[in-house]
Design a protein around this ligand. Structure first.
Ligand SMILES: Nc1ncnc2c1ncn2[C@@H]1O[C@H](COP(=O)(O)OP(=O)(O)OP(=O)(O)O)[C@@H](O)[C@H]1O
Ligand SMILES: [Mg+2]
Length: 627
């Protein structure tokens, strides 16, 4: 049976249909319209942008600005496809500094809604109104600037309208779209009205100081209080903004804002770079919070990848990943205790977190890092201290899993550096008050160290804190040496997949760095011949399998780093002082001083806090003093 083949006729699509198809890419929901219109207002130099919505933006979106306006004779052109005032050539596109450049947003909206443009330029006799449906233009009243109204979105394409969610959901997306703009442009004021009621208002915050205020206005003062300032240059990439402390992490990734040259983007390289900076201090699935602005030569980033411009492509994604990672990592590494001591932070920090003065105070310390200020202050990046630390690390390392048990016993106490204990004994109470984590006064139930500082009481989880100190030392030590490896008396053989065998062969060198030796016995069997000394007691096959799986998936460099860190974390946990061990005051003080000098000492290796401050104000409140 032969089927009759009907020859298709090729036709050119009508203009309206072309626009409607194109609109599908740009206008997905009311929030996309909001994003495009606010982009346009910002490009026009607006200082105040007012958004009015009805029905979650489905019935009406109106965006009003005080920008430069559009001349009457150009109003109809603005609605045409591929019509823009922002670029004229390919070179312009490659260095584009405006939000828009495709010249298609208004045309797309016009094809799927009932739209109007009302605009007035400086020096014009009046404003002019253009009706999108009819193309009719008439004089109207308005100050300089533009109002764009988009009514009944998708009225002509009912199928799309069905995809919209409830009014409340659409409203929430619209607000989110403005929030993203607001975080990037503190000097511009924003107001959002829904059904005649104001739902958000962010006043213009000009000047450098405006940034933190805008962040506080949009994300809450808690965000600013529990984040650190970032100002970091790495090659051609400049990263600024704020990153939350591990404590501030959330269950959802809903407070991660990244901007490239002022444009909000969602980008895997950026997200991954940020996430990796938290790897060591965040436990489980917790999501970090941050607002970060990346600046780079526009030629290093292609913004013309996606119609909505939310995706970008970097010329060198490695440099961006590293910049993100190092920017956050170095700011977070500074123990909070140092921030406390290096600023005018009052005893009230914990009591009324988020007070106005804190906005200026908290960020000052980490930003100095960029200018290399840390070393002058003798803090952890001091080379001398680093040298001492790695000597200490070596001693610890030997004691923990290399040397005879007798030495281990000794080093597990904190007084391993003699001068630490003498400092403690000889210091006057006034001097002791200056120590960020204070002077040890007691040990509680064999678990906590209690200390007294200027602000009041400090409570330290001694195992968690020591674990981090040992871990950081081991990492430091590993920068220069290899993990020691121990051959197995009887190699552990296991049935391996072809993938595992291939990985074991191609990554032999990386495996060796990790202290692992895995070779093939036959076409289907691998044998583990050596494991890291510290893990000699564990299941060699399980270890080999998980490392091979990681190696197969990831880029070798990150696996080595991560696997090393994991191994070290396991070792640190075994090496750290156990609960219920009696410590002398000198030992406790030595631990506190080590914490002050150790990077990331605010969190244990699993991301939990190692210490808490209880301020005098909180203690007073407990006892109703001063009421
Ligand atoms: N609020 C506004 N104020 C002044 N001019 C505007 C405004 N909105 C649009 N225009 C003018 O209309 C033109 C078309 O706007 P449209 O958003 O369609 O394209 P675009 O912004 O140039 O590029 P894109 O499609 O990438 O957004 C703009 O280039 C600009 O000249
Ligand atoms: Mg535009």
């Amino acid at each position: 049976m032969s089927q009759v083949q009907i020859l298709p006729t090729i036709r050119e699509l009508p203009d309206v249909l072309i626009s409607q198809i194109a609109a599908g890419e740009v206008v997905e929901r009311p929030a996309s319209v909001v994003r495009e219109l606010v982009d346009n207002a910002l490009d026009a130099g607006a200082r105040q942008i007012t958004l009015r919505l009805l029905g979650g933006g489905i019935r009406l979106i109106s965006v009003e600005d005080d920008g430069c306006g559009i001349p009457a004779d150009q109003l109809p052109i603005a609605l045409k496809r591929h019509a823009t005032s922002k670029i004229v050539s390919l070179e312009d596109l490659e260095s584009v500094a405006t939000m828009g450049f495709r010249g298609e947003a208004l045309a797309a909206m016009n094809s799927v809604s009932d739209m109007s443009l009302l605009s007035r330029i400086e020096g014009a006799s009046s404003a002019f109104l253009l009706e999108g449906q009819t193309g009719e233009i008439r004089p109207a009243a308005r100050a300089v600037g533009t109002t764009v109204e988009v009514k009944e979105l998708f009225f002509s394409t009912p199928a799309r309208r069905h995809f919209l969610k409830s009014e409340n959901t659409e409203l929430a997306h619209c607000i989110e779209a403005v929030r993203r703009h607001a975080l990037a442009r503190p000097e511009v004021g924003f107001a959002i009205w829904h059904e005649g009621k104001i739902v958000e208002q962010w006043r213009s915050q000009p000047g450098e100081a405006g940034w933190n205020q805008r962040l506080a206005d949009v994300l809450g003062e808690d965000f600013v209080a529990s984040s650190v300032n970032i100002d970091f240059r790495s090659g051609p990439v400049h990263v600024r903004g704020r990153a939350g402390t591990p404590d501030a992490a959330r269950a959802r990734a809903d407070q991660q804002f990244a901007y490239v040259n002022g444009r909000f983007v969602r980008d895997k390289v950026i997200t991954h770079g940020a996430r990796s900076a938290y790897e060591d201090v965040l436990h489980g699935q917790r999501q970090p919070v941050y607002v970060l602005y990346l600046q780079m030569d526009p030629a290093r980033v292609d913004v013309n990848v996606h119609p909505t411009k939310i995706e970008v492509r970097f010329r060198d994604s490695r440099e961006v990943h590293q910049a993100m990672r190092h920017a956050i990592e170095s700011a977070l590494a500074v123990p909070r205790a140092q921030l406390l001591s290096s600023t005018q932070l009052s005893a009230d920090r914990t009591a009324d977190s988020g007070s106005a003065n804190q906005l200026q105070v908290t960020p000052s310390a980490p930003s100095q890092q960029v200018q290399g200020g840390w070393s002058q202050r003798g803090m952890p990046f001091d080379t001398q201290r680093r040298a001492e630390d790695s000597a200490q690390a070596l001693a610890d390392l030997k004691a923990l899993w290399g040397g005879p048990p007798k030495v281990a016993e000794q080093t597990a106490s904190f007084t391993s550096t003699p001068q630490l204990s003498s400092i403690t004994s000889d210091t006057s109470p006034q001097e002791a008050q200056e120590w960020p984590l204070g002077r040890a006064i007691a040990q509680l139930q064999g678990v906590f160290i209690l200390a007294e500082n200027k602000q009041g009481l400090v409570v330290v989880d001694m195992h968690a804190a020591h674990e981090r100190i040992v871990y950081e030392r081991l990492k430091l030590q590993l920068d220069t040496t290899q993990i020691s490896s121990q051959p197995l008396l009887i190699p552990s053989a296991f049935a391996a997949t072809p993938q595992e065998i291939a990985t074991a062969e191609s990554c032999a060198e990386v495996l060796a760095q990790l202290g692992l030796e895995i070779s093939s016995l036959s076409a289907k069997t691998l044998a583990v011949r050596a494991v890291p000394t510290s893990l000699a007691q564990g299941d060699a096959v399980e270890l080999a399998r998980s490392v091979l799986a990681e190696l197969a998936q990831h880029d070798a460099a990150t696996v080595v780093q991560r696997a090393q860190n994991e191994i070290l974390a396991t070792m640190a946990c075994h090496g750290a002082v156990r609960a219920n061990r009696k410590l002398t005051l000198d030992e406790m003080n030595a631990l506190l001083r080590q914490m002050e000098a150790t990077e990331r000492s605010d969190q244990c290796n699993h991301g939990r806090p190692t210490w808490r401050q209880v301020s005098m104000r909180e203690l007073d409140a407990l006892f109703l003093r001063g009421r």
